[in-house]
Write a protein that binds this ligand. Structure first.
Ligand code: MLT
Length: 400
């Protein structure tokens, strides 16, 4: 497989540029890393949790591998029951983040599962399955065993179910990197496909807090049939600034089953529990207390303020890039803006141009898959001041 992970390659190029050009201020709009500090509700809860660790009566050693009940209950009530979705705390597995879970889930499906991935898509879906040995051969940038689900302007970067069979399908909505989001009907088509094909959908909804449109479901479980075919993965990173703290969760419904090599039905929830109890010792108590506090009234308000702040940045980027003559997608139910290169330049050429001449770093679209060639991704996660400065530079450069 290619030697370096997409975001490491971008970071290395940026480092080199900075070394060669000391004093040039590059504005980062590449990796989706947040810039606002964690909400004060989480901070207060974590300070208290640190104190708990210093007292014999409230000290916590190894926690439950699947997460503390206090957080699993808070998730079930606030992220699901409040939207009319019944998910029990036992179906929720707290982890050290969505990225780990998306990769680790490969431990519970077979080595010869046919994997379908959105192209463009978050590179972890492809890379983790290649590491697990499911890729086959890399031929002209594509792995021979994978089914690529092309997102393009025709389908609004929302791939439809394929004609071929797939066993495990990775979907992300709102999408990283394009910002597109499935409607209820579009998601229903995927659930029908999964049920007809005895396939598993791994649904990455790390960005659901950015949904503003009422027709876009926040959870795949809002759609009938999903409990029988889907695992949902979520994160506290992009909503509460937990990128450096690490906490997320995965939902595996009790109805969800697979078949073992003898054709016997196996509960995926039990398999995932077995996997987690074997290879994971749980997210830290302190961090889980911080995550729990995000569901307090103050925490909810602060999370909403953070999300609104990044959405306002995304809106500004979307508007400015359009004004500067680019065709843009996303940035409405998502912190990501997907930008088409105006004169047919490759993604990496546009990346270099923005870096060298406008001093903005972006993520080249082709890094998310072949179908991303000719696009770049910008993020609304920088500060508003930096976003405004970056957009002034864009206007000055492209409207000259
Ligand atoms: C991204 O930029 O796509 C994300 O930050 C990567 C991640 O969440 O791991």
């Amino acid at each position: 497989m290619p030697e370096s992970y997409l975001f490491s390659t971008v970071a290395a190029k940026l480092r080199k540029f900075r070394e060669d050009n000391p004093g040039v201020e590059v504005i980062r709009m590449d990796i989706g890393d947040v810039t606002l500090p964690i909400p004060s509700a989480a901070l207060i809860a974590m300070h208290k949790a640190v104190d708990d660790m210093a007292d014999k009566s409230s000290f916590h050693g190894y926690g439950p591998e699947q997460g503390y009940d206090f957080l699993r209950k808070a998730v079930a009530e606030n992220d699901y029951a409040s939207r009319g979705v019944q998910i029990t705390p036992e179906e929720i597995f707290i982890s050290d983040g969505a990225k780990s879970d998306l990769g680790n889930l490969g431990d519970i499906y077979s080595k010869d599962s046919v994997i379908a991935v959105a192209d463009p898509g978050y590179p972890v879906y492809v890379d983790a399955n290649v590491i697990d040995g499911r890729g086959g051969e890399l031929i002209n940038g594509k792995w021979s065993n994978f089914v690529y689900l092309e997102g393009n302007e025709r389908n609004g970067f929302k791939p439809e179910p394929p004609a071929q069979h797939a066993d495990v399908i990775f979907l992300c909505s709102p999408s990283n990197p394009t910002g597109s989001a499935f409607t209820r009907n579009e998601l229903k088509a995927w659930i029908d496909y999964a049920l007809d094909n005895s396939a598993l959908i791994i649904y990455d909804s790390a960005y659901c807090a950015y949904i503003t449109d009422s027709d876009i479901p926040h959870s795949i479980y809002e759609i009938e049939g999903a409990r029988k075919c889907a695992i949902e993965v979520r994160s506290f990173s992009k909503t509460a600034g937990f990128t450096g703290l690490r906490c997320g969760y995965t939902v595996v419904p009790t109805e969800l089953t697979g078949l073992d090599e003898k054709g016997r039905e196996v509960s995926l929830r039990k398999l995932w529990l077995r996997r987690q109890t074997t290879k994971f010792n749980g997210a830290s108590y302190i961090i889980q207390r911080g995550a729990e506090a995000l569901y307090s009234p103050e925490g909810k308000l602060e999370v909403k303020q953070n999300v609104d702040y990044y959405l306002a940045n995304a809106r500004l980027i979307r508007q400015t890039m359009s004004k500067a003559g680019f065709t843009v997608f996303g940035g409405e139910n998502s912190p990501y803006i997907w930008v088409k290169s105006p004169s047919g330049e490759s993604s990496w050429d546009l990346f270099e141009k923005l870096l060298r001449e406008v001093n903005i770093s972006c993520t080249p679209g082709v890094g998310f898959g072949d179908a991303g060639e000719g696009y770049i991704r910008l993020t609304g996660f920088n500060s508003t001041a930096n976003t405004e400065l970056a957009m002034k530079r864009i206007i000055a450069f492209f409207n000259k």
